[in-house]
Every structure is written in structure tokens, then in C-alpha cells.
Design a protein around this ligand. Structure first.
Ligand SMILES: O=c1[nH]c(NC[C@H](O)[C@H](O)[C@H](O)CO)c([N+](=O)[O-])c(=O)[nH]1
Length: 154
């Protein structure tokens, strides 16, 4: 059996990070984790572009546009949606997840889902660099793997 594996080496990869500004006290930590993970895997800091949008709902449009540009090997989508007292949370989460997935499928460029969706602020903090790790770093590392994999299987 031939197993196609990829290495987590980011040399020469061009990565876009799209971040939702909503809940920025969390999202900024996700961005920092993502940048740190990319650079520690040899992505040149000059090959990382950071784009902010108002919130998670706007991420898919920006992510798809960046993927379509042909300028990036992967797009890292980061945001934080914390459940409030209304059903708004469900709409934002569902549309963000669906849109991010479609952005990757319709363009063929890996668009990674790094949206923290939690019931409360404490859970979000845990996923932004404390007890449960950093979702931004985890998502960025996945972007390197997927970008290298796509180069191999295309
Ligand atoms: O990224 C988020 N956007 C949120 N709303 C804004 C939304 O993403 C859009 O920016 C807005 O609806 C304008 O289109 C959130 N809440 O409302 O709770 C949230 O928790 N996180």
C-alpha cells in the first residue's frame, strides 16, 4: 500500500489568515498562536498575510476571495463565536462553518476552520492559549499539512 504523507515544513508556502474582529480579546490570541505556529514551521513571516473582517459571518467571503486570488497555498480562518441569549449564535456558527467549507471545496485551496464556538467565555479562553491549547496554532499547523498534501496529490 502506498501511503502519501506530508511533512509539516512551511518553507515557500504563502498563507493568508482571515480573522473576525468580534470577541477580539480571544481572536487576537488565536492570530498570535497561528503566526507562531507558521513561523516555527519555517513559513517566512513575509509570506503570511493577515486580513480582518467584522465577524465570523464575513469570514467565508474574504476566505473565498483570497483562495480564488491564486496567491495563497492555504487560508486560515479564525474567529470566536460565544453563545448569547438569542439564536443568533446558531446562525453565525452555521453560516461560518458552511461558508468556510464551501470556500475550500469550490476553489481547491485548503481553507482551514479555526472558529472557536463556545457556550461561554471561559471555554473560549481555554481554547485561546490556556488549558485546551490554542485553536489558532492547531489550525495553522493543519494548513501547512494540507497545503503540502495538495501539492502532492494534484
Ligand atoms: O464573530 C462573531 N460574530 C458575531 N456576530 C457578528 C457577525 O459575525 C457579523 O459580523 C454581523 O452579523 C454583521 O454581518 C458574534 N455574535 O453576534 O455573538 C460572535 O460571537 N462572534
Amino acid at each position: 500500500m502506498n501511503r502519501i504523507d506530508t511533512k509539516l515544513i512551511g518553507t515557500d508556502l504563502k498563507i493568508a489568515i482571515v480573522a473576525g474582529r468580534f470577541n477580539d480579546f480571544i481572536t487576537s490570541q488565536l492570530v498570535s498562536g497561528a503566526e507562531g505556529a507558521l513561523v516555527s514551521h519555517d513559513v517566512d513571516t513575509e509570506d503570511i498575510d493577515l486580513i480582518y473582517v467584522p465577524g465570523a459571518f464575513e469570514i467565508p467571503l474574504a476566505a473565498k476571495t483570497l483562495a480564488e486570488s491564486g496567491n495563497y497555498d492555504a487560508v486560515v480562518a479564525l474567529g470566536c463565536v460565544i453563545r448569547g441569549s438569542t439564536t443568533h449564535y446558531d446562525y453565525v456558527c452555521n453560516e461560518a462553518a458552511k461558508g468556510i467549507s464551501q470556500a475550500g471545496l469550490t476553489t481547491g485551496v485548503p481553507v482551514m476552520f479555526g472558529i472557536v464556538t463556545t457556550e461561554n467565555i471561559e471555554q473560549a479562553i481555554e481554547r485561546a492559549g490556556t488549558k485546551a491549547g490554542n485553536k489558532g496554532a492547531e489550525t495553522a499547523t493543519g494548513a501547512i499539512e494540507m497545503a503540502n498534501l495538495m501539492k502532492k496529490i494534484r
